[in-house]
Write a protein that binds this ligand. Structure first.
Ligand code: TXA
Ligand code: MG
Length: 328
């Protein structure tokens, strides 16, 4: 754990200093529409190495490169396959990460040695202004320590990474609250490598049928999508269809989709009282951060309906629960 604390600056203020920290090899955490990113100059191998160190991230887990504008893609990588161009044209800026060939200028540490690179244009004006002002592509994973909950507020970043990051731009809570959807659209039929904030149904309107091929265990398809991932410190268990599990006198937390459970829980979070999946996704990590801080010994989480962005919510819950099964 790093000691010290980062400089926290308002994302709506003057971004020249943060941009210069980025350009000169420092680490700047910034808001995107999905989660906060931990940014470094993607052209600078040493800066990228600092990301892996700050997160305690294994070197086999490649980073996503962020651009300020969709038009910057061609300048960086040249022409891209038709489906990649179509998806970028339709959904950027937005919560969609696309796989392209890694250009020479991007050091291989950024892609963990892969010949491909993940890239996106975030739909957050502060993020895009920061990247544009820095004038370089920005490599940024989620700004949490490896395997832990993704940050949806600047406070989460400060608490999780502390002085390991130079500057944190505070842009308030993120809009989507769940990471981008990752798609490899270079072949005949696009492949979803990570479910995320952009629903599969939306992709299919542009490209026709896609394949969802997520790594769940063993060798993951997107190397970072390990089965045990996105986990609170508190053990988490998925509620199955049956009756509520007995609490055995221990202090349990409950993560509900829409209906508040009967009394008896030490802490309860409801993701969306109206049953809205987009709202539920936006509140997921925030709710888990709060349950984690509530001093409960176990969290029981209810799955949400398996459609739209609900698939990504359930994916994150299953991964959080997998950690519990591994360690208990
Ligand atoms: O919403 C997001 O995508 C956030 C914000 C900050 O943009 N970023 C994010 O980054 O979630 P991270 O590092 O937590 O997850 C990146 C994922 C990992 O699972 C990694 O394995 C995968 O992207 N990835 C990166 N490059 C890849 C590549 N060339 N091929 C396949 N998967 C790749
Ligand atoms: Mg992450």
């Amino acid at each position: 754990m790093s000691t010290g604390s980062p400089r926290v600056l308002p994302a709506g203020g003057d971004l020249t200093e943060a941009a210069s920290v980025l350009r000169t090899g420092g680490l700047v955490a910034f808001p995107t529409e999905t989660v906060y990113g931990l940014g470094a100059n993607a052209l600078d191998a040493r800066a990228a190495a600092r990301i892996f160190e700050a997160k305690a991230r294994p070197s086999f887990d490649p980073l996503i490169t962020h651009l300020a504008d969709a038009a910057d893609l061609e300048a960086l990588v040249g022409a891209v396959p038709a489906d990649v161009a179509a998806l970028a044209g339709r959904f950027w800026p937005g919560p969609l990460t696309l796989i392209v060939d890694r250009p020479e200028v991007i050091p291989s540490i950024v892609t963990s040695g892969l010949a491909t690179m993940a890239v996106r244009v975030p739909d957050n004006e502060y993020a895009r202004r920061l990247i544009a002002t820095a004038g370089v592509p920005v490599a940024a994973p989620s700004a949490n320590r490896f395997g832990q909950l993704s940050p949806t507020r600047a406070e989460h970043v400060v608490r999780g990474l502390g002085g390991a990051v130079d500057v944190v731009l505070d842009g308030g809570p993120t809009r989507c609250g769940i990471e981008s959807t990752i798609v490899d659209a270079r072949g005949d039929r696009p492949v979803v490598l990570r479910l995320g904030a952009l629903p599969v149904e939306e992709l299919e309107k542009v490209t026709g049928p896609v394949t969802v091929r997520q790594g769940s265990s063993g060798q993951p398809v997107a190397p970072g999508t390990l089965a045990a991932h996105y986990a609170p410190r508190t053990p988490l268990r998925l509620r199955d269809a049956g009756a509520l599990p007995a609490q055995d006198g221990v202090r349990c937390g409950y993560l509900a989709f829409r209906d508040r459970p009967a009394d008896g829980w030490a802490a309860v979070e409801v993701l969306s009282a109206t049953g809205d999946l987009t709202e539920a996704a936006s509140r997921l990590f925030d709710a888990l951060h709060r349950l984690d801080a509530a001093g409960v010994t176990e969290i029981i989480a209810e799955p949400v309906p398996e459609s739209g962005v609900g698939r990504a919510v359930n994916d994150r819950l299953r991964r959080a629960a997998a950690t519990w099964h591994v360690t208990n």
